[in-house]
Design a protein around this ligand. Structure first.
Ligand SMILES: [Zn+2]
Length: 581
């Protein structure tokens, strides 16, 4: 039985009340009645696609969700986060490695620099993402976008125009009809330049629904291939937004089922991810996000949260993305470093503490079965070497398993209590206990014994004292470092106090390492404020991190660096030992 599209549409109209019918199945139904199956109109790189999701042994049919990253456009609007051309190119290349479907590279009419950056990205980021840039619904903007993206293998023009009453009256000062016509003319003009055009209905969530739909319908008839529904000011709530998307998607797919429905959510009340996911559940084909959720004001929907959310609950959303999730952490770090925007430590997925369990109860559960408290594996998002950071609250069980690799055989109960007491003492003093601290606890414990397995063994480096002189001409540092029974002293001059300090330490430790990342943050208030230094070094291509907490940030810097260097030594000893065995 083949029905005309209109007939199928009216049949489905009668079914609209039937809530069990998700937009997905309605879409499949229209395919059954009158349209070719979705996979068959895969004439564009980001057209509706279906694929299989694996859940255990089951294979579930799912929709592909197209991911547009706007870190370089919406994200770059953050004050003070301006990037230069080379930095933008680096991020765009990493976004390609992350496998985003579309990169929104900038707003070319805004400046010559932005235009040039979009042009270079379009030209150089090849064999992967669609490249787009933003235009207002005026000819000069559209021309600038076209000129900057035309060299891309897959170019797209993105037009934005207000659709809410406040945008139309206060900002645009024209009648609703005139605005709609302006949008239609813009799409028609863009279509004379490129086949792929996205139309964004700015402030859609505060617009009159029927006017919003009329605008969308007019844009589609004018040739728009993607309709984007922005929650520009972060006004939406998940249930309501999901319902809006369900209604729009239903009408859109019955008007032209090749047009993608997209959402773009802002995070003013912390709901950007929830709203985006509600839209996916209700039929949105495409999501717009930024890394670490950066963007104007409270930012945009965070790519890592939306992508991981869909992946973790593929069974619920019936959807998947193409994102190479193992590249998430590296991309997040690159964006954070180049923009100088620190990621909050407890940020979902990409925060430093996202996978660090310090509560004793959790650590205990985690050690028994990772599934207990960890539904997301750190390695799935590219977080390697998850370290259980021990604190005074970690408890006996967590300490026991953390210290085990440094002990030779099982300690007696009395000995263990002695070790644990020393740990608590140190934890009270240092707040956080890392691997090298555990090594020192074990070393000290055996030192008094005759059967000391550490006797004659290699030792780790320990800071004794330091002096740093900071001035404009010769910032210099002197260090005294202990290693086993030996004491080393050295000094160096550097470009700054930390550089001088690390040069002096390098002269003692003599390991060939590169400092990749150095972050300093305050973790408490008042005169006794603690500074935490967190850094990363690379040694023979392997990355090691070091952390330290102290009221003296110069001392914390030295301790963190030595901690990372000691980590290199611990790893190499481990490798030697396992090679011997
Ligand atoms: Zn935005």
């Amino acid at each position: 039985m083949v029905l005309a599209v209109e007939q199928a549409g009216s049949l489905l109209n009668q079914l609209e009340w039937y809530h069990e019918f998700t937009p997905v199945s309605i879409y499949i139904e229209t395919g059954f009645f009158s349209c070719p199956p979705p996979a068959a109109d895969n004439d564009s790189p980001y057209r509706n696609q279906t694929g299989y999701l694996k859940k255990g042994d089951m294979r579930i049919m799912g929709r592909k969700i197209v991911v547009l990253d706007t870190t370089l456009r919406d994200g770059e609007q953050v004050p003070g986060a301006k990037l230069n051309l080379q930095e933008k190119l680096r991020i765009a290349q990493q976004l390609k490695t992350l496998k985003v479907d579309i990169i929104e590279a900038g707003f070319p009419i805004s400046s010559q620099g932005d235009f040039e950056a979009v042009r270079r990205i379009a030209k150089e980021v090849v064999d992967g993402p669609v490249i787009t840039a933003l235009a207002r619904a005026v000819k000069a903007d559209i021309d600038a976008v076209y000129e900057s993206v035309k060299e891309a293998q897959k170019p797209l023009i993105h037009i934005v125009l207000g659709v809410s009453d406040s945008h139309i009256q206060a900002k645009l000062r024209k009648s609703k009809e005139a605005i709609m016509q302006m949008g239609v003319d813009a799409v028609k003009y863009a279509k004379t330049l490129l086949p792929e055009v996205q139309y964004s209905t700015e402030d859609a969530t505060r617009a009159d629904f029927e006017y919003l739909w009329q605008t969308i319908e007019a844009a589609v008839k004018a040739g728009a291939t993607i309709i984007n529904v922005p929650d520009t000011v972060g006004y939406a709530v998940p249930e309501e937004f999901g319902e809006l998307i369900r209604k729009l998607n239903y009408r859109l797919k019955n008007t032209n089922d090749k047009v993608l429905l997209s959402v773009h959510c802002h995070n003013d009340t912390g709901l950007a991810t929830a709203n985006t996911l509600a839209a996916v559940k209700n039929g949105a084909d495409k999501v717009e996000c930024t890394l670490n959720g950066i963007g104007e004001r409270a930012g945009n929907a965070a790519l890592e949260e939306v992508v991981v959310g869909i992946r973790l609950r593929a069974d619920y959303y019936g959807a998947y993305t193409n994102i190479a999730t193992r590249e998430i952490k590296a991309t997040s770090t690159l964006v954070s470093n180049l923009m100088g925007l620190e990621v909050q430590v407890n940020k979902a997925v990409t925060g430093d503490n996202a996978f660090a369990h310090s509560s004793g109860i959790h650590q205990d559960g985690l050690l028994k079965d990772r599934g207990t408290y960890e539904i997301l594996r750190p390695e799935d998002v590219g977080v390697e070497n998850m370290e259980l950071i021990l604190t005074a609250r970690s408890g006996r069980h967590a300490f026991k398993s953390a210290i085990a690799p440094f002990l030779h055989g099982q300690p007696s109960e009395a000995d263990f209590e002695q070790l644990f007491a020393r740990f608590l003492e140190l934890a009270d003093m240092k707040k956080e206990i890392y691997n090298h601290d555990l090594y020192h606890i074990a070393e000290a414990y055996y030192a008094a014994r005759e059967d000391n397995p550490y006797a004659g063994a290699e030792s780790l480096y320990e800071l004794q004292t330091l002096q740093v002189v900071s001035n404009d001409i010769f910032p210099s540092a002197s260090v005294k470092i202990r290693c086993g029974n030996q004491i080393f002293k050295d000094s160096a001059v550097g470009d700054g106090p930390i550089d001088a300090l690390y040069k002096a330490i390098n002269q003692v430790v003599k390991l060939d390492v590169q400092l990749l990342e150095y972050k300093i943050s305050s973790i408490s208030k008042g005169n006794e404020a603690l500074g935490r230094v967190h850094l990363k070094i690379s040694h023979n291509g392997v990355i090691h991190s070091g952390k330290a907490v102290d009221t003296d940030i110069i001392k914390a810097s030295a301790e963190a660096y030595l901690s990372a260097l000691n980590q290199v030594l611990l790893e190499s000893w481990k490798a030697e030992r396992s090679a011997v065995q």
